[in-house]
Design a protein around this ligand. Structure first.
Ligand code: MN
Length: 228
């Protein structure tokens, strides 16, 4: 073991459905505005924009249906229900046709957002980091292996306290999973352990303490958290 001068960080991970094995998380990339109806509700033109990305820290993941503490410094905590892609084989300049060979698996996830801080950052041209990449900002469900999952089609839905707030289909992704992997791999070399949150459909809204969030991605799985 190296002689680190402060305690080394714990390895962030995702549990895997039906297995004791774990998926180690390296980085979390998130795609902005990847469903047309959500881009419109955020005030953008969905037709003209190439994909863009922001990140969350690896240790922002909340696992195993654990509670999510209401974060500090916001009065507008929004939910964003998303399909999450887990990269198993790294690469750069990956071709769209080869992209799915780089995927280890998928899970359902929530890109929780301090919307007021993000909106202020947009207005002032500042980074989104503190609106998006705060502690415990990414509840995620169990990871499932890629075999048998079609990331191009299937219901994506979120219920808050049993009531549907977001509902769409993966076929409505503006940039498909293979296209996102190919595009992102031009910007950075992808590596095993990287997660990609692929964007949220319309219906984002604020939650408060006590709310129970239950999301599903058809053919992939569920994510559940309570805001405390
Ligand atoms: Mn998002």
């Amino acid at each position: 073991m190296p002689n680190y001068v402060v305690p080394a960080p714990a390895q962030a991970f995702l549990p895997i459905k039906g297995s004791d094995a774990l998926f180690p998380i390296r980085r979390i990339f998130c795609v902005g505005r990847n469903y047309a109806e959500h881009a419109i509700e955020m005030g953008s033109d969905p037709t003209r924009e190439p994909p863009f990305y922001f990140t969350k820290p690896a240790d922002s993941v909340v696992i195993n249906d654990a509670d999510m503490p209401y974060p500090t410094v916001t009065k507008s905590l929004h939910h964003e229900m998303e399909l999450v892609v887990a990269i198993g084989v790294g690469g750069k300049s990956i071709a769209v046709a080869d992209a799915l060979k780089h995927v280890w698996g998928y899970c359902a996830g929530l890109d929780m957002t301090r919307r007021d801080i993000q909106n202020e950052a947009k207005k002032t041209g500042r980074p989104w980091d503190m609106g998006k990449g705060f502690d415990q900002s990414a509840p995620m469900g169990l990871l499932v292996p890629a075999a048998g999952v079609n990331p191009g089609k299937g219901l994506i839905e979120l219920k808050v306290n049993g009531k549907v707030t977001q509902t769409s289909d993966l076929s409505k992704l503006i940039w498909s999973v293979p296209e996102v992997i190919a595009n992102l791999s031009e910007l950075v070399e992808l590596a095993p352990g990287d997660l990609i949150m692929t964007g949220t459909p319309e219906g984002v809204a604020a939650v408060v303490r006590g709310d129970v969030l239950e999301g599903v991605v058809e053919g992939v799985g569920t994510v559940r958290t309570k805001i405390v």
